[in-house]
Design a protein around this ligand. Structure first.
Ligand code: FRU
Length: 482
């Protein structure tokens, strides 16, 4: 495996498994100075198959050390998505007296006896050695409901105010909330979402957490991924709700017709946040792909990568409170060399395919401005702003290989107003992905692309008029893989 992490399209500063198939991030938890990342993993092939939990750890959320597979399928089925928590007070009794330990809560995806009919139930596993080895609880499953077919992806957290564990679980096209004192016995609390938000596909991978808004009030955010229905152009994508939560019931601040998208690009799905981070940050990670074509993307011995870990915050905007996101501060550790450019549009040769690009435009007479990343002579990705339509656009229709799926060529659009006539873009360019954060993280567009060569040049444009360039700063980035 001499070529590992050097192959064509191999992400250089995003997490990807050494080989074989990966989907959702799972069981993210911070414990004893390590960030754990588990993930949906098929170790015997580069397409989706019987799910295991792969495992990696990091000290800084940027550099990752691969560890052996944590959870293998068993008589209850494959190991679908779920979460992990630190059981600080040994509520489970799994640990020695007064010792905390890690507990994973995941979906056992099996079938009914003598049948092909799916049976999804929730199970526990625990680790007394910082996640290195896991024991499955002998009382598994801990939660079943034979009436519901899609019954999965438990995300669990400790709710201080009521002194209880809370689980949010995807249940068909709703999120069901359960509570527990010991993670083993669960009680139904409420069900959310029958008529709220988008119901384009099956609801999956929920998350629920509290954030303080920039005006000081506390709000709860519920994240819900929605599966691909085969029809909508976007495939699978992720929505969120803002509201209140009393330990039992989530009350949506918005009316049912309001849909808030977490990311306007095609390639950010099934993301959830880390548990037990002690410094107050809420950090999120998504799977950087889309069920529409995830099994077909033209990568080599591996399939799929994660997004950059992102810090989530709530801020007030003209439209109301919205979820903002930015790459975690630790990302500066991979900055290599930074260069500022003068205030004139033009072509700038790129020293590398791995770049952080910071560009700020001030609108003058032009209604269409942005920049183009040229990969090869024919292949380019366009990041543009349409001031008349008030939209940010990432166009990957000419970015490279898209023969593997007719759904892949895409113009990805996000509604965005200028901020005092200014558009501030922070962009992370890897070998086969681009993450665009606009106006301090008000919107994000995450997009894959598969050019035949590395990125060579960046050219800034203002069509039919002028813009002022307030900032053009390009930073070459290091690979995180040795
Ligand atoms: C989301 C998902 C989850 C499920 C897992 C299976 O991408 O469909 O709902 O647990 O993937 O791999």
């Amino acid at each position: 495996m001499a070529q590992t992490y050097k192959e064509l399209h191999r992400p250089q500063f995003h997490f990807s498994p050494e080989e074989n198939w990966m989907n959702d991030p799972n069981g993210m938890v911070f414990f004893n100075d390590e960030y754990h990342l588990f993930y949906q993993y098929h170790p015997y092939g580069t397409t989706w198959g019987p799910m295991h939990w792969g495992h990696a750890v990091s000290k800084d959320l940027i550099h990752w050390e691969h560890l052996p597979i944590a959870l293998f399928p068993d008589e209850l089925g494959a190991i679908f998505s779920g979460s992990a928590v630190v059981d600080w007070n040994n509520t489970t009794g799994f640990f020695e007296k007064n010792q905390p330990g890690l507990v994973a809560i995941y979906t056992s995806a099996g079938t009914y006896p003598d049948s092909d009919r799916p049976l999804q139930q929730q199970s526990l596993a625990y680790s007394k050695d910082n996640g290195r080895t896991w024991v499955k609880y002998e009382g598994n499953p801990v939660l079943s409901d034979i009436a519901i077919t899609d019954y999965r992806d438990p995300k669990v957290f400790w709710h201080e105010e009521t002194n209880k564990w809370v689980m949010v679980l995807a249940t068909g096209q709703t999120i069901t909330i359960y509570t527990s004192l010991n993670l083993k016995e669960w009680e139904f609390a409420s069900e959310f979402g029958h008529t709220a938000g988008s119901h384009d596909g099956v609801w999956e991978c929920p998350d629920l957490f509290k954030l303080t808004v920039d005006d000081g009030q506390e709000k709860w955010v519920m994240i819900v991924s929605i599966g691909d229905n085969g029809q909508s152009a976007e495939g699978s994508r992720t929505q969120y709700f803002i509201g209140d939560f009393d330990g039992k019931t989530f009350v949506n601040d918005h009316d049912d017709t309001t849909i808030l998208w977490l990311d306007y690009g095609r390639d950010n799905y099934a993301g959830v946040s880390w548990s037990d981070i002690q410094d107050g940050r809420r950090i999120y990670l998504g799977w950087m792909s889309n069920w529409r074509y995830a099994n077909q993307v033209p990568t080599g011995v591996w399939r799929s990568a994660m997004t950059l870990p992102r810090e989530l915050t709530l801020s007030s905007t003209a439209d109301g409170i919205r979820l903002f996101q930015k790459p975690v501060a630790e990302v500066v550790s991979i900055r290599k060399e930074t260069k500022k450019y003068a205030e004139e549009a033009g072509a700038i040769p790129l020293p590398s395919s791995l770049m952080e690009i910071n560009i700020e435009f001030e609108k003058e007479s032009s209604n269409q401005f942005g920049f183009v990343i040229h990969h090869s002579v024919e292949e380019k990705t366009v990041i543009g702003y349409d001031a008349a339509a008030e939209k940010l656009v990432v166009d990957r229709t000419k970015s490279g290989d898209h023969r593997f799926s007719t759904s892949f060529p895409a113009i990805q659009e996000a509604p965005l107003k200028l901020n005092h006539q200014r558009l501030k873009l922070r962009v992370f360019l890897d070998t086969s992905s681009i993450e665009v954060f606009a106006n301090d993280g008000e919107i994000a567009i995450t997009s894959l692309f598969f050019p035949s060569e590395g990125s060579k040049e960046l050219s800034i444009f203002s069509n039919e008029g002028t813009t002022k360039l307030r900032d053009v700063t390009l930073t070459e980035l290091y690979s995180i893989w040795k």
